[in-house]
Design a protein around this ligand. Structure first.
Ligand code: NAI
Ligand code: 13P
Length: 337
């Protein structure tokens, strides 16, 4: 069934997901707060700041006005950076209040809100009351926009506590190169999605410093172990961490030059300052803020997260990366499980 879908956020991921939904036959309105970007998308069908050498579908329409983008939408997909989710959701709520629409909500962002430590679905649920919406589903997994743009095989997961909502999202997105599984574990999927970016900063830094494959495999594996510890402390299903949103996303983000988090870590490893790295990336590096949120959350909950702590000390306390690695290696020997 053809649906009217509003996609909010026209960065690399939002624009490519919007294009995929358009190609799947849906009527898609892509919203960006940047009028120049909207003009470029509508006239040249490009989005050069975010995705190079790609032409978007002629039928994909971009809007700078949120109300126009939302008009008639039965599904809303949020793909703005984590720090913008609450503000955008609040604006959406004000518009929905005036309509009879009760859209399905999906989000594809990866992070934890600073200060509140809320997951993104929790922020959406707080800002958009149940009388204005249907269920919330999280779309996550190993999925760089650049690969989806060239229709490379991509598998993701749609997590919702409402099975029919997850099935609906599966049906909206599935096609010959994009395969979607369902998963009821929203907590696990959102925690895995957010925290893998911390590990990608770490594997990037190891690469920048010249460490080899063993070191990166070690960091990804033990990183996933501590993410799983935090997630299960909130009631997440341990299996989620060996699924697409867990190990799948650690592999893709922790090894790929497409990953902004990996690239940022790599540049830190080569000696650049955090400020310089953030300034010239020009796109969101979610792992930087997530490291702070995850570190504080682990402290509050008494969950042992030595890798997150080490990366926090590098990013926020000015610790030398080599010193942080040496300190991790000299921790007392322990059992793996
Ligand atoms: N790029 C990718 O391949 C993937 C990204 N993600 C996640 O998707 C989310 C968005 O990432 P990208 O599209 O890559 O980011 P991006 O940096 O490419 O683009 C972000 C977009 O959000 C807009 N934006 C920023 N602040 C805003 C605000 N206050 N209000 C409204 N719009 C605002 C920007 O103008 C830009 O269009 C992140 O949470 C990221 O972790 C998830 C999977 C894959
Ligand atoms: O989440 C992603 C891939 O699954 C994107 O990672 P980056 O934000 O590091 O580019």
């Amino acid at each position: 069934m053809v649906e009217k879908i509003a996609v909010l956020g026209a960065g690399s991921w939002g624009s490519i997901l919007a294009n995929l939904l358009d190609e799947n036959g849906h009527d898609v309105a892509l919203w960006s707060y940047n009028a120049d970007q909207v003009e470029e998308l509508n006239t040249r069908h490009t989005n050069t700041r975010y995705i190079q050498n790609f032409t978007y579908s002629d039928s994909l329409k971009a809007f700078a006005n949120l109300e126009e983008a939302l008009a008639g939408a039965t599904t809303i997909l949020f793909v703005v950076p984590t720090k913008a989710v609450r503000e955008v959701a609040g604006n959406v709520a004000k518009i929905l209040e005036k309509t009879q629409l009760k859209p399905t909500l999906i989000h594809a962002s990866k992070g934890i809100e600073q200060g509140t430590y809320k997951r993104i679905s929790e922020v959406l649920a707080e800002e958009i009351p149940t009388q204005s919406r249907r269920a919330i589903t999280v779309l996550s997994g190993p999925s760089h926009a650049e690969d989806v743009a060239r229709k490379d095989i991509t598998l993701v997961t749609a997590a919702s506590s409402d099975f029919l909502a997850a099935k609906h999202v599966q049906n909206l997105f599935m096609n010959h190169y994009f395969r979607v599984y369902t998963n009821p574990d929203v907590i696990g999927v959102e925690i895995a999605a957010a925290l893998k970016n911390i590990i990608a900063l770490g594997t990037g830094a190891l690469t920048g410093l010249g460490y080899g494959d063993n070191a990166k495999a070690a960091l990804m594996t033990r990183g996933l172990a501590e993410i799983s510890r935090l997630g299960t402390s909130f009631g997440a299903n341990p299996q989620t961490f060996v699924g697409l949103a867990g190990v799948g996303d650690i592999i893709v983000t922790g090894t790929s030059q497409n990953s902004r988090n990996f690239r940022a870590g790599n540049e830190l490893g080569q000696g650049q300052s955090l400020q310089d790295v953030v300034d010239h990336m020009g796109m969101v590096i979610e792992g930087v803020a997530t490291t702070k949120a995850a570190y504080e959350l682990a402290q509050q909950r008494g969950v042992d997260m030595p890798i997150t702590e080490a990366i926090y000390q590098v990013l926020y306390d000015g610790k030398e990366i080599r010193q942080a690695i040496s300190d991790l290696m000299q921790r007392e020997g322990r059992s793996e499980f």
